[in-house]
Ligand binder design. Structure first.
Ligand code: HEC
Length: 171
């Protein structure tokens, strides 16, 4: 076999392997446009914040570090993450915009992760409750509460004038 033939054959295989792997990657990773917002579904919400937009890569709540001191019922130590929409809302101080997601990790005093509490604003979901979708998960990802959760709303209503948010002023 001449060197030229060898080069032709080799370049054919290299080209084909690039084409196939590009197709395979395309199948595994959905493009931005195919990822839709999870809506009022606790399993989809959890998948969204763990698989598509891993919340541990989001910003922390401004001026709050990791494992800051919390209060009952959430936990002795808390770490709160916000998505881009929530972060933008906090900075603008005009209330939280639709699509804002706040993910709070709750820990015991000895730093044991005990649960995940989430507030997710969905346009038109619950106008009298600030349109917040509430969700709570155990550390292994089991849904413990979700939706228009009475307990969450009753307590957070103390902060109704601040869009149901305790941590700091958002208006
Ligand atoms: C008895 C009152 C009370 C109840 C019930 C309650 N929370 Fe909270 N929540 C708080 C307080 C107080 C904070 C501020 C952080 C802290 O100091 O613990 C907070 C903070 C939060 C935050 C961070 C944003 C903010 O408002 O500051 C989220 C998210 C949250 N709670 C979700 C929930 C969910 C989900 C439930 C129901 C499963 C719930 N909470 C039930 C009192 C409550």
């Amino acid at each position: 076999m001449s060197l030229k033939t060898l080069i032709i054959i080799l370049s054919f295989f290299i080209t084909m392997s690039i084409v196939f792997s590009a197709q395979a990657i395309h199948k595994i990773i959905p493009s931005e446009s195919t990822i839709t917002e999870p809506g009022a579904d606790p399993e989809k919400l959890l998948e969204y914040i763990t698989t598509y937009y891993p919340y541990r890569l989001w910003s922390l709540w401004p001026n709050k570090g990791k494992l800051y001191k919390g209060t009952e019922p959430h936990g002795a130590l808390l770490t709160t993450f916000v998505n881009d929409t929530a972060l933008d809302s906090i900075k603008k101080k005009k209330g939280m915009q639709d699509g804002s997601i706040i993910v709070k990790e709750n820990y015991t005093a000895d730093k044991k992760f005990i649960s995940l509490s989430i507030m997710y604003k969905i346009k038109g979901y619950n106008p009298e409750g600030g349109d917040w979708f509430w969700a709570k998960y155990s550390p292994d990802g089991k849904t413990e509460a979700y939706g228009k959760v009475k307990g969450c709303i009753a307590c957070h209503s103390q902060k109704k004038d601040n869009d149901f948010i305790f941590i700091s002023p958002v208006k």
